[in-house]
Each structure stands twice: as C-alpha cells, then as structure tokens.
Design a protein around this ligand. Structure first.
Ligand code: G6P
Length: 472
C-alpha cells in the first residue's frame, strides 16, 4: 500500500536520557505541533533527527526499535553536523536571512558544505524507506536541497515541499552566496507550498531572477519538467485544543493559577526564545503601557512563557540575557509585595498547563517581528470556550492574513502596541465575543486536516497534469 513519508529536520519527539533510561518528549515549534497528530495514520512514516547526539551503536539500535514502533525513522547527526548544519547553516544563515535579520547571518563555506552533506544523509534514509508509489513530503528550511537530491535518485516519485518560515523578498534572498543552489534544490519538488501568497510571490520572483525560470499562475516550467507553487495557510488541530480546554483537570488548574495570581486581568505571551518573535519589543510596550495607564498597575499581569530554543547559538544566548534583564528591570520598577507585573517562565509546559493559561488569559499578545504562520495565536483562539478574550496579533505573522478579527499591530510601533493593550483590556464583552466567534468559525473550518488534504489533493493534481503535459 502506498504511504506518505514526512521528512523534517526534527522528529515530532525529542530523545531524553536520564540515568541510562531513554524517554521521548514532544518537540517544540509549529511543525511538530501541527503535524504531530497526523503522521501515525495508516502506514505513514516520519523521518527526522531525534534531537540528541547518539554515538554508541547499540543505543542507536534501541532508539531505532523504539521509534519504528511509532512509525518514526531517526537520522542521527554527529556533534559536528549539529554545530555546522543545524546551529550553523540552518539557524545562523538561513533562519536570520529568511526572517529579514540578514545582519545576523553568517556566510561560511564550511557550514554550507555540511548543509549539503546532511541533506544527502536525509536523502539516503528516505531512499531506504521509499517505494516507487509513495509520496514524500519534505518540510522546512533545513532541507531545501532534499527535493532535488531525491528527484535524482527517484526520478518518478511524488515530492511535495512545504516551507514553514517566511520566504524573503528577492533583495534579501539574493544576499546568500548559495542562492541559486538553494532554489534549484527546492525545484526538484512537484509542489512547493508556503503559508501565504506573499511568500509564494517572493519565491517566484527569486526563481525568475536568479534561475531564469518564469511562471504562469504558479506553474514553473524547467527545461525538463513542470512544477507548481502555491500557498496553503496551515491550521491547527482545532478539536484537540478545544477538547483539552474543556477537560475538568484543565479547569481545575485554571482556578488554582487564578487564585495564586493576584491580578484582575491576565495578558498571555508564549513563544520559543527567538529574536524573530519580538519578545523584547513586547516587554518594552508593556512597560510603556504601565507608565501611560497607571490605573492598570496592580491589576494586570503579563504571564510570559519563553520556551528554551537553540541555546547554543550566539544570538539566542544574547537574547536570553536581554530578556532576563528587561523582565528584571520592569519587575524591579513596578512590583509590589502582592503583585508582579510580569510572571516570567523560561521552560516548556505540557498541553494541559498551556491550555489552562489560554483559558485564563484576557488578552493573547502575539507580536512577532516576522513569522511564517504562528500557531500560538490559533491555539489561544481555539481554547476560548466562552468566547471571551482578545487577540493582539502582529501584521508580520502569516496568521494575520486570516485573523482580521484580531487587533492587528506593527511590532515596530511600540505606541500602537500600548494603545492595542488598552483597547483589548477595555473592550466590551459583546465585542470580544463577536470577534472571537468569527475567528473560531474560520479556524474550525480551516483546520490541520483541511490543510493536509488541500496540499495532498493539489499534489495529486500536479502529477496528473504533468502526465497530460508529457503526452500532449
Ligand atoms: C520553527 C521551524 C521548525 C522548527 C521549530 C523549532 O517552527 O519552522 O522547522 O523545528 O521552529 O525549532 P528547532 O530548531 O528546535 O527545531
């Protein structure tokens, strides 16, 4: 039976080791959370890195056995590969460039060569697992070269590629010394997907100007084949989030937290620690808000969860220090014995705790400088069973294209964020409910299942179209 093979840098689980005991914990980030509930269906499988260096062969064997039972196949990365492929080229070259932080980008031939080598390593594992009738779905910026590598080994296979982060405008993309090779890597796909129309347009423009292939209605004709480029805004597993928010245990936790938190109103912020998320700017806006609207002092608390991420990368270390310092400064300035303006947690939490936080928050504050989609804002909306609460969302997140019922802000405009906080905290209940209901209706319909089937249907359509083009 034909199967779907999902390939991403990271598996949806992370390996943990304590006193020689192996265990597996859910991975962070949009991709793992988004597709986590999907891949176990039928005989699908997921190929990716288990998140740790494992050098001993017998341990690798144990991990392979454990993961195979869950339809996963690990790709083991060495310490050097983690440094140069994952932390290096993926997160110090591509990530900053694609998020318009090109001043942070490192250009190193050594990192590039390891990126090529590791993409080849993923290719070898896919080729081991794939049959000719299978569909291969490659995800994200860590594996941009994989579609072409696979095409070379499996010329007739069905290959989809989806990019979860933004695709920058040509003027930014062209700064990369390996821009042509990266595009050619992606062009090995049959279908290339982005979250938004703008990302797709930027990609087509780079392909045109760098590789020289034009496009018509998203179709690119290379000298040997045709492929399609399109946008597919990713949804969430709506029922999972709404269902979790309805659990008695989650309601109980919410009551406990509310009781412990001495505040009439709660503003919630949840992100991985990342400069693209605008955490420092958000803190600055909250500080200005307390200054401009002192009547909210001792009444409103910012509950800020920052999930540790890529902490070996220099810019992330620096950001951690900046955030720690900002929180300390603001709390030092405004705290009372009975009230803290910011409750700051630097760790990850299980879904039930997050759900209790979503339930309890009056305002969801999601203000990235750039974000491919952002699923946290969607999870917040899905968890609001009483439909009360307000979402403040950055225009720079892909999700803002769908969630026009949120208060949309430009994260560079601190004063606008201050006013948005005031507007959100004073919004009449009926108005909150109207906006929340509209957003819920749309997210319920355009959920993760809808996203997967849209992408898969389009991929099948491309294969049929390619056949008819070849025979005409
Ligand atoms: C974003 C990326 C994912 C990545 C995730 C977590 O959501 O699009 O590809 O897996 O961040 O980052 P990490 O570096 O921990 O995998």
């Amino acid at each position: 039976m034909a199967k779907l093979i999902i390939v991403s840098n990271r598996l949806p689980v992370k390996l943990q080791e304590k006193d020689g005991q192996l265990s597996y914990q859910a991975s962070e980030g949009g991709l793992a959370t988004g597709l986590g509930s999907f891949y176990k269906k039928e005989n699908n499988l997921w190929i990716g890195w288990p998140g740790q260096v494992v050098s001993e062969e017998d341990k690798q064997e144990r991990i392979i056995d454990d993961l195979n039972k869950e339809n996963m196949h690990p790709v083991f990365l060495t310490e050097t590969e983690i440094k140069e492929f994952y932390e290096g080229f993926s997160n110090e070259t591509l990530w900053p460039t694609f998020h318009y932080f090109s001043q942070y980008a490192v250009y190193s031939q050594q990192l590039w060569e390891t990126y090529v080598k590791v993409n080849q390593k993923y290719c070898d594992e896919v080729v081991k697992q794939a049959g000719p009738e299978d569909t291969i779905w490659v995800h994200d910026y860590q594996l941009l070269l994989l579609p072409s590598m696979l095409r070379e080994k499996l010329p007739d296979s069905t290959i989809g590629f989806f990019q979860h982060i933004p695709f920058p405008s040509y003027e930014v993309f062209r700064l990369l010394p390996w821009r042509k090779e990266l595009l050619e890597g992606m062009l090995g796909s049959d279908l290339v997907g982005f979250h938004t129309y703008d990302d797709m347009r930027h990609f087509l423009s780079s392909v045109n100007r760098i590789v020289g292939y034009g496009s018509t209605h998203g179709w690119i004709n290379t000298p040997t084949r045709s492929l399609l480029v399109d946008s597919f805004p990713m949804g969430i597993d709506y029922d999972k989030y709404a269902g979790t928010a309805a659990l008695e245990e989650v309601k109980r936790r919410e009551n406990v937290y509310r009781g412990n938190l001495n505040a009439e109103k709660v503003i919630l912020s949840i992100d991985r620690l990342d400069y693209s998320k605008g955490i420092a700017q958000r803190l600055e806006a909250f500080e200005k808000f307390l200054e401009k609207y002192p009547e909210f002092q001792q009444k409103v608390t910012l509950l800020m969860l920052v999930v540790p991420s890529r902490d070996a990368v220099e810019k992330y270390k620096e950001l951690k220090e900046e955030v720690d310092e900002l929180v300390g400064r603001i709390n030092g300035k405004y705290s009372r014995i009975s009230w803290n303006p910011i409750q700051y947690f630097y760790r990850s939490y299980p879904l039930e705790t997050l759900s209790a936080f979503y339930r309890m928050a009056d305002v969801g504050l999601v203000t990235p400088m750039r974000d491919g989609m952002n699923l946290v804002c969607k999870e917040f909306v899905a968890s609001k069973l009483d439909q009360k609460g307000v979402l403040i969302l950055s225009e720079m997140a892909g999700a803002s294209k769908e969630l026009s019922d949120a208060i949309l802000i430009n994260p560079n405009d601190i004063n606008q964020m201050v006013e948005a906080l005031h507007q959100a905290l004073t919004m009449p209940e009926e108005e909150q409910i109207t906006h929340m209901r509209n957003m819920q209706t749309s997210l319920q319909r355009y959920n993760i299942h809808h996203w997967v089937s849209m992408f898969m249907d389009r991929l099948s359509y491309v294969k049929i179209k390619q056949l008819s083009l070849a025979t005409s």
